[in-house]
Design a protein around this ligand. Structure first.
Ligand SMILES: [Zn+2]
Length: 139
């Protein structure tokens, strides 16, 4: 863990607003640490500038509240949603490109966009399935 903390990978404005206690257990912390060491930190290093986590671990109540899919890697502490400092679709595409050229391993990398036009890069790391999938979808 170099550039990211467990705190920022579990903090959630939605959880705070709704009074959801989004506290990770030991196994989740282990998964978040692996995600960071294997994927987030090396990607941050390659990117050469700050990356902000907008969503990391989600307990089931939080995942439901944000409309996450039922089998989401966020539930196991294996995924993070990242935005760049510029926070534009173009910079998020660049970040995806950097990842694809990196030689790193990952499970899924998804360019996500919501109805209001906000974009972010969802990345996940499940050591049992490092399939390197690249997708884009409406969230
Ligand atoms: Zn996500």
């Amino acid at each position: 863990m170099k550039y990211f903390t467990i705190e920022e990978l579990t903090r959630s404005a939605t959880a705070e607003r709704l009074g959801i206690v989004n506290t990770p257990d030991v196994k989740i912390i282990e998964n978040l640490t692996l995600l960071t060491d294997k994927l987030l930190d090396p990607l941050r290093e390659l990117w050469g500038g700050p990356l902000r986590v907008t969503s990391g671990y989600r307990c089931p109540a939080l995942n439901r509240a944000v409309g996450g899919v039922v089998n989401s890697h966020h539930l196991r502490g294996m995924a993070a949603d990242l935005v760049t400092t510029a926070n534009t679709a173009a910079s998020h595409r660049q970040l995806m490109q950097r990842l694809r050229e990196s030689g790193l391993r990952w499970t899924q990398a998804i360019m996500e966009r919501n109805r209001r036009g906000a974009t972010w890069l969802h990345v996940s790391y499940d050591p049992a399935s490092l399939r390197g999938e690249v997708l884009s979808r409406m969230a």
